[in-house]
Design a protein around this ligand. Structure first.
Ligand code: A3P
Length: 250
């Protein structure tokens, strides 16, 4: 049997290829294209996991599948298309496929594909962190729903904001050293962050809720509305700046 890291990477890549094909040939309206992409990638992942890991349940943004979930036992948490809106905008590359496996409420294997960038990362071989010094931190934030406190945080610590779509694309940008941090507040679900957070942790980055507590996956309610992923050397300053401002953002 293939290992879980390799399986996650293979499935994220395959779903990404399917999405690229769909997007290239499409003349559909954006909403219909997004729905078609979500449905096609969901079906591909659910069918492949049923075949390769029949004992494991699947929690997808677009429905649950497989055997019943048992709290704390293995569960695949997948977002077949993260950044659906960006997927439907020609030329944008900030959309992703997320495949994560959680056990004991932690991600133990995962992969993220950024199909339009030709990138697939997985927990089996996480990239090494760049050693460059941080002169002026770059913080990735949602392009459509940035938390209202981010401008004040950026001013306080002397950072620049980099708006981007897709939680997976933003966390991958931190993992690859293109930005130094990603912070999000105000709403998200476990599937939006599980896979890329697994890779960020494997790569040695800081990952937490905005109040510094652990990100816990596979809870009965998948709502996981805020998170911080950043280079370790920024975590103390960012958490201090956040501590005054997270009230009302979660
Ligand atoms: N306030 C909010 N409530 C619920 N989901 C949110 C949210 N803000 C962002 N998200 C989800 O997080 C993902 C990344 O968002 P963003 O691009 O704004 O950073 C998107 O997932 P999907 O594209 O899978 O729906 C988006 O729907």
């Amino acid at each position: 049997m293939s290992d879980d890291h390799e399986l996650a990477a293979r499935l994220a890549r395959r779903a990404g290829e399917r999405l690229v094909e769909l997007r290239e040939g499409s003349t559909a309206e954006p909403r219909a294209l997004g729905d078609a992409g979500d449905a096609a990638a969901h079906q591909l992942l659910v069918e492949a996991l049923a075949q390769e890991r029949p004992a494991d349940p699947v929690l997808s943004e677009h429905g649950v599948a497989g055997p019943e979930r048992v709290p704390g036992e293995r569960v695949w948490i997948v977002d077949p298309l993260d950044g659906t809106r960006e997927f439907t905008e020609a030329g944008r590359t900030d959309w992703a496929v997320h495949v994560a496996l959680a056990e004991r409420h932690e991600v133990i294997a995962s992969a993220v594909a950024l199909p339009a960038q030709g990138v697939v990362l997985d927990t089996g071989a996480p990239p090494k962190q760049p050693t460059r010094p941080i002169e002026r931190p770059r913080i990735a934030v949602s392009r459509s729903r940035p938390p209202e406190f981010v401008t004040a945080i950026a001013a306080e610590i002397g950072a620049d904001l980099v708006p981007m779509g897709s939680a997976g694309a933003k966390i991958t940008a931190v993992v690859l050293g293109e930005v130094d941090a990603y912070l999000h507040g105000g709403g998200q679900y476990e599937w939006d962050s599980a896979a890329p957070v697994g890779i960020a942790r494997a790569a040695g980055l800081h990952t937490s809720r905005l109040d510094g507590t652990e990100l816990v996956y596979d809870r009965p309610d998948p709502w996981l509305p805020d998170l911080l992923v950043c280079r370790r050397e920024l975590a103390v300053d960012l958490l201090a700046a956040l501590s005054d401002r997270i009230e009302g953002s979660r």
